[in-house]
Design a protein around this ligand. Sequence first.
Ligand code: ATP
Length: 202
Amino acid sequence: MGSIGVFGGTFNPVHNGHKSLLVGAMQAVGFDKVIVLPDKIPPHKQAEDLVSGEDRLNMCKLAFGDMNGIEVSDWELRQSGKSYSVITLRHFHEVYPDDKLYFIMGSDMLLSFHKWYCYEEILTLASIVCISRENDTTVQELQSYADGLKQKGAEVIIVSQDPFEISSTQLREKLKKREDCSCYLDKNVVQYIETNKLYSEG
Ligand code: ATP
């Protein structure tokens, strides 16, 4: 049985917080492969400021392209309708029936997990791997939330590492103001944003 990580997000744009989460999860679990999936019209977000799926996919390929064992997939972008994690996980469960799936997420996602569409089914399809994304959310808080999910039969792995505090929202704001974001973004992503004039006010 192999282990496959599934990491979805809007990646608008992809940043070093995403990378730090992924590296931490990979070190903790030792996946055979991780599938990174930019989502299509995320159910929990407004579509304002959202650059095209193609741009978000390209930026993910640039950010993660040099990491071993990462596959950036356009599967969610090719689906009709909104992205729901349960549908994605059903799909990969069918594609990899003999492997174990791990659903990778930041702490903000875990703490609202009970509101997700078909979250109980998600817990049957994959183990959860979560990393705190801000200093305000402690590993203990996450563990106690995870305990509730474990009572439903879930496997939840909380990875303890120093948070890398940044969000795509903050970066879009900074980019609009033409602030230097090179410490938060892969250099090839910075180049892509500049070349394609993304997130600027024109
Ligand atoms: P936005 O600010 O537009 O809401 P975001 O920065 O939260 O975007 P997403 O693409 O929505 O990024 O996040 C995808 C996944 O990455 C989620 O599971 C989220 O919790 C996680 N994540 C995002 N930023 C970080 C971070 N700095 N540290 C750890 N995990 C993160």
